[in-house]
Design a protein around this ligand. Structure first.
Ligand code: DGY
Length: 320
């Protein structure tokens, strides 16, 4: 019998065809709407493989219904949407898609850093709304990136790639990580710092650590108060790592200068979210890995992980 697979969003048809060579496939067809919970609860009862996105919560109560499930293949590097412990207890393999999105996400992180530092969105809006009357010495002045100090919180693959970009801008690069990365220190000239020291010394603080109970609200009121009043916070990891209410306060009262956010605690972020009312915030809809090439590679890698697990081959990108 061919294994049954459910795919929770439309993915490239060539990737679907690859899975269909060996599996019976059903796919949620809406592009812009996540699969409703009740549909997923129903589908999961009868499948061997689940191909899902970070928008689906694969929790214990869902897994209780998944009697035949052998693999959950997440089309993302982050897997905080999955209760990995509950899956492991049931002998279900969980996989993710690391590596293929590293450079694209580092590009976006650096782009967001530059856009926030140089107020690109505000400047574009200013021009389009007809406010531009004349060149003026201090009009829309931002912060220098070249030669500034960058602090990276979470020096994984994306952090190291970001550091390479920063070195091209002659930046001093500090990092904080659970473990020291001595090779990266030597090769890239990075400096390890305790979190508080990094926050105090950096002109730009980039959050790139994975989301977990330990990193929830890692950047809160106390941490923001340690940052320079000219500093810029960039988050392209997960929204819950930064306390959004504390960030709103810090940005409103001038404790820090600006923020660039690709991620939010609740996604999609509501249009009336207080952070969206601030001119010194540049916001994006979680597009860190969103290039055509990279999203295609992620879709292919998630399919490969799924098929390897179903064949009993032991997928390369297993997280449990
Ligand atoms: C991930 O993969 O975890 C990103 O957030 C989306 O590419």
């Amino acid at each position: 019998m061919r294994p049954k697979v459910y795919i929770t969003r439309r993915i490239p048809s060539a990737v679907v065809a690859k899975i269909q060579e060996v599996c019976e496939v059903e796919m949620w067809q809406e592009e812009d709407i996540p699969v409703p919970r009740e549909v997923l609860e129903d589908k999961v009862k009868d499948i061997d493989g689940l191909y899902c996105l970070l928008t689906e919560s694969i929790d214990e109560s869902l897994l209780q219904r998944a009697n035949k499930l052998k693999v959950i293949s997440n089309m993302a590097v982050g897997f905080n949407n999955i209760d990995v412990e509950a899956a492991t207890q049931r002998g279900i393999i969980v996989t993710n898609t690391p590596g293929v999105l590293t450079e694209t996400t580092a590009d976006l992180t650096f782009a967001l850093l530059m856009a926030t530092a140089r107020r690109l969105v505000e400047a574009s809006d200013y021009l389009r709304e007809g406010s531009w009357k004349t060149w003026s010495p201090m009009l829309l002045t931002g912060q220098d990136v070249y030669g500034a100090t960058l602090g990276i919180i979470g020096l994984g693959r994306i952090g190291e790639s970001l550091a390479k970009r920063a070195k091209g801008f002659d930046m001093r690069v500090l990092y904080h990580n659970r473990s020291r990365k001595e090779q990266a220190e030597q090769v890239l000239g990075l400096e390890y710092k305790e979190l508080d020291a990094l926050l105090k010394q950096s002109d730009f603080v980039c959050v790139l650590t994975p989301y977990s109970p330990e990193t929830r609200n890692l950047i809160g009121e106390r941490e923001l108060s340690l940052m320079k009043s000219t500093a810029i916070l960039i988050n392209t990891a997960r929204g819950g790592i930064v306390d959004e209410a504390a960030l709103y306060q810090a940005l409103s009262n001038g404790a820090i200068w600006a923020a660039g956010l690709d991620v939010f605690e609740e996604e999609p972020v509501k249009p009336d979210h207080p952070l969206l009312t601030l001119p010194n915030v540049v916001t994006l809809p979680h597009i860190g890995s969103a290039s055509i090439q990279t999203r295609t590679k992620m879709a292919e890698l998630a399919a490969l992980n799924l098929l390897q697990a179903l064949r009993g081959e032991g997928p390369a990108h297993r997280v449990n």
